[in-house]
Design a protein around this ligand. Structure first.
Ligand code: SF4
Length: 403
């Protein structure tokens, strides 16, 4: 990543830190944080039970549920649902980034319309998102105006309203041709059979109105009830944006329906005719057995904002849309030791700042240290570390050199 982009990203992170600095230490937030810690730990502990309940209740509510064991299965399931479409609309989703859904669909001639402004800008710029909630925070206004001007082949002023109106107009025109919307979900309430999605732009509300709404979500997003899900997304909003609530919280519990005529249930009023939920495992069950703490995450991105390595390297430190140290841990379970090594296993300083910043106190540094021990046994370590080991083995000192 370019140095200029890193410094713009870090400026955004500083603003975010300032915005949330008092909020995260007030009594209400501390109480909420403690409540969410219990909810998440308990949910992860009973993940497979919650998954069974969720399948049962979501199906009873009229949604279709597909279990995808890995990225390939998830991509193929989605493709089978949309194969007759030329274009689909999509909202921000780290899980879609994890399975490289956009790249896959485009390789099969399906155009992907990103509807989140930041994601659309990143799509035009063809760079990698740098924050889970603010994907374009590495680009300044002048650069964004240049990217948008290039895209539309006309001059767009470096002024926020001009940029917003230009991108919005194009998205809305294209959206009117889409029949399928793909979103993620921030939390899934197993007992209620409900999905909770938060957003600020209103784009997810639009996508839920298309004929087919596909929701791609990791199995780790499960919690028992809608009240639990609300607590989770509230805390996520505070840590991710420095605001107490997002502009929108959409709860989806079934396709569109009405019973306004003599209590006769009719489907297909204004919203989606079909809602299909794809639960993605992709290594999460493995993580559950070995390092369940990495599944506590609520996706706020607080771990990267002050990480000394992420703020120096940007998204090269992490795995796809799972940015920073926790992303590296996940890559071990989603992929393998080699990918984990390449994602930055040895770049972490083990300072533990991410654990301090994380509202769930996920011990990322400890997990990375454990993974390094495993990695060494498999011969994956830095060359210099190997030399030091050899020195110790042969000459009893890490510093002694050959004479
Ligand atoms: S322990 Fe590693 S991942 Fe966590 S803040 Fe420090 S350098 Fe970043």
């Amino acid at each position: 990543m370019k140095r200029s982009q890193l410094s713009i990203m870090n400026r955004s992170f500083t603003k975010l830190n300032e915005r949330r600095s008092t909020l995260i230490y007030n009594e209400d937030t501390i109480n909420l944080k403690q409540r969410v810690q219990k909810i998440r730990k308990n949910s992860v502990e009973h993940l497979h039970l919650l998954l069974e309940k969720a399948q049962e209740n979501l199906t009873a509510n009229g949604m279709e549920v597909i279990l995808a064991k890995d990225a390939e299965e998830a991509r193929e399931s989605i493709y089978q649902l949309i194969k007759n479409e030329d274009m689909i609309a999509k909202s921000k989703s780290n899980t879609a980034g994890e399975i490289q859904l956009s790249e896959y669909l485009e390789s099969r001639d399906v155009e992907v319309l990103e509807t989140d402004l930041g994601d659309r800008i990143v799509q035009f710029h063809t760079s990698r998102p740098t924050h889970p909630i603010g994907p374009a925070c590495h680009l300044n206004m002048e650069k964004i105006a240049e990217v948008v001007s290039d895209k539309f082949q006309r001059e767009v002023k470096a002024e926020p309203r001009a940029i917003l109106e230009t991108v919005k107009k194009d998205i809305l025109e294209k959206l009117s041709q889409c029949k399928v919307g793909i979103t993620g979900a921030n939390s899934v309430a197993a007992e209620d059979g409900s999905l909770l999605m938060v957003h600020n732009e209103g784009n997810i509300s639009l996508l839920t109105m298309l004929d087919l709404h596909i929701v791609l979500v990791g199995i780790d997003k499960l919690v028992p009830t809608l009240e639990d899900a609300m607590s989770v997304v509230k805390l996520e909003t505070i840590y991710a944006t420095g605001k107490t609530v997002p502009a929108y919280m959409n709860v989806v519990s079934s396709p569109s329906k009405t019973a306004d005529i003599e209590q006769i249930l009719l489907k297909d009023m204004y919203g989606a005719k079909r809602v299909v939920l794809i639960f993605l495992d992709n290594g999460r069950s493995r993580a559950l057995e070995e390092k369940e703490e990495c599944l506590w995450c609520i996706g706020c991105g607080a771990c990267i904002v002050n990480c000394p390595v992420y703020t120096t390297l940007g998204p090269d430190f992490g795995y796809l849309r799972h940015l920073g140290g926790r992303g590296i841990v996940l890559s071990h379970f989603i992929e393998n030791d080699e990918v984990c090594y390449d994602s930055g296993l040895y770049q972490c300083t083990l300072c533990g700042l991410c654990t301090v910043e994380c509202p769930l106190e996920i011990p990322t540094n400890n997990m990375l240290e454990d993974l390094r021990k495993e990695s060494v046994k498999k011969g994956l370590y830095l060359e210099k570390h190997g030399e030091i080991r050899e020195n110790i083995r042969k000459r009893g000192s890490s510093f002694k050199q050959e004479t």
